[in-house]
Ligand binder design. Structure first.
Ligand code: OGA
Ligand code: NI
Length: 360
C-alpha cells in the first residue's frame, strides 16, 4: 500500500480493543465515545425494499440482459450489492475466515510482532489515526498489501497461524479473478467494451484488511469503523459466518444495515470507479457499528489500478448533460492522500472534485 508519511505523527495511547473488552471497564473509555451527532441510532426494522441489491454472477456470466440491467441499477442507485454464485470455492471462503479469526485470537504479544506504525496502513493496529484527540474505532485491524509483490511487507505476514500465508495467497488469487470478472460486467453495464478497466489499470494493486469488532457494552456510543468511502476501484467484503449485522451504508439520509446472506460477498464501488464513470456509479459512504453481545469479523479486499496510472472521467461518460466532475490525477498520489487522512465520509474525494454549480 501507499507510501509512509514523512512527518512524525503523535497519536497518543491507543487501547487494543480486544484487551479492553477482556478487562471489561465499567465505562467505555472517552476516546471511543463519539460526539452526539456521530453516534449510531438504533435503526428501526426496515422494509425489505431497503435491502441492498443481489446479483447472481452465474447469470451475469451468461450475459443475461436482465442481470446486467440489475447490476447497472445497483451501481447507480446503491453503489453496493451482494453477489451470489461468485465462483469462489466455499472452502476457500471458510479457510480465510478461520485463519483471520485464529490470528485475532492470538495473544496480544504475538499480534504485536506485526505492528502498524503510526500513520501507515499495513500491520496490526488502528489505521487512519493521525492525532491524539481523534476518536478511535471499536475495532482491531490487520491489513496487508498483497499484489503486486513490490507492495508486500513480508515482515508483516504472520508466521502464526501456520497456514495464514498460504491461505491468504489462495484467497487473494480467487478474489482477484472475481474483481476482474465483475469489472468486465460493470464495463458492459456502462455500454463500454468489457476489457476497458483491465486495459487501463495496468498491474492492479490488491490489499486486504481484516477487521475484528469485539462486542461493546455501549454500542450506542461508539462506532466500529468511521464513515468513509473506499479509495479502491472495487471492494469485496466477506462477513464472518456467525457475525452480527454491522455494516451500514448511507442511502440518502438513512444508514441502511447490510443483512448478511449466507455464501454471498458484499461488493462496493470505490472512489476510482466514481471518478472514471464521472459520478454515474457512486462510491457510497459506509461505516460499521458494534453489538452488545456479539463479535464480528470482516475480510475486505481492495482492488485498485496500478499507482503509476493517470485517471480521470472517461470521455464516453462526459457530455453536455454530464459535464466533467473530476480532474485528472495520478492514482498513486490519490492513494497517498487517502491513507494520510483520517476517514471522514466522502471528504477524501474532494481531492479530485471539480467544484462547480453542477457538481454535488
Ligand atoms: C472497510 C469497511 C466494513 C466492515 O474495511 O473499508 O468498510 O463491515 N469495512 O468491516
Ligand atoms: Ni470500506
Amino acid at each position: 500500500m501507499a507510501p509512509v508519511p514523512s512527518l512524525p505523527i503523535k497519536v497518543g495511547h491507543i487501547d487494543d480493543v480486544q484487551e479492553l473488552r477482556k478487562a471489561k471497564p465499567a465505562t467505555v473509555p472517552e476516546r471511543f465515545i463519539r460526539d452526539m451527532a456521530d453516534r449510531p441510532k438504533v435503526v428501526p426494522n426496515l422494509s425489505s425494499s431497503l435491502d441492498i441489491p443481489i446479483i447472481d454472477l452465474s447469470k451475469l456470466m451468461k450475459t443475461d440482459k436482465d442481470e446486467v440491467m440489475q447490476l447497472k441499477t445497483a451501481c447507480e442507485e446503491w453503489g453496493f450489492f451482494q453477489v451470489l454464485n461468485h465462483g469462489i470455492d466455499l472452502n476457500v471462503v471458510e479457510d480465510i475466515e478461520n485463519v483471520a479469526k485464529d490470528f485475532f485470537m492470538l495473544p496480544l504479544q504475538e499480534k504485536q510482532k506485526y505492528p502498524m506504525a503510526p500513520g501507515t496502513v499495513q500491520g496490526y493496529g488502528q489505521a487512519f489515526v493521525f492525532s491524539e484527540n481523534q476518536k478511535l474505532d471499536w475495532c482491531n485491524m490487520f491489513a496487508l498489501g498483497v499484489e503486486p509483490p513490490c507492495i508486500r511487507n513480508p515482515k508483516l505476514w504472520p508466521s502464526k497461524p501456520v497456514d495464514f500465508r498460504e491461505t491468504l495467497e489462495i484467497y487473494s488469487r480467487e478474489v482477484r479473478k472475481l474483481c476482474k470478472t465483475l469489472l468486465k460486467y460493470i464495463a458492459v453495464s456502462l455500454g463500454l467494451k468489457g476489457d476497458v478497466f483491465e486495459e487501463m489499470f495496468g498491474v492492479a494493486v490488491q490489499a486486504v484488511r481484516m477487521n475484528y469488532y469485539p462486542p461493546c457494552s455501549r454500542p450506542d456510543l461508539v462506532l466500529g469503523l468511521s464513515p468513509h468511502s473506499d479509495g479502491s476501484a472495487l471492494t469485496v467484503l466477506q462477513q464472518g459466518k456467525d457475525s452480527s449485522v454491522g455494516l451500514q451504508i448511507l442511502k440518502g439520509q438513512t444508514w441502511v444495515p447490510v443483512q448478511p446472506i449466507p455464501n454471498a460477498l458484499v461488493i462496493n464501488i470505490g472512489d476510482t470507479l466514481e471518478v472514471l464513470t464521472n459520478g454515474k456509479y457512486k462510491s457510497v459512504e459506509h461505516r460499521a457499528v458494534t453489538h452488545k453481545e456479539r463479535d464480528r469479523l470482516s475480510i475486505v479486499t481492495f482492488y485498485a489500478p496500478s499507482y503509476d496510472i493517470e485517471l480521470g472521467p472517461m470521455a464516453e461518460l462526459v457530455d453536455e448533460k454530464n459535464p466533467c466532475r473530476y480532474r485528472r490525477y495520478n492514482h498513486g498520489e490519490y492513494s497517498k492522500h487517502y491513507v494520510t487522512n483520517k476517514l471522514q465520509g466522502k471528504r477524501t474525494l474532494d481531492f479530485a472534485k471539480i467544484q462547480s454549480k453542477t457538481s454535488n
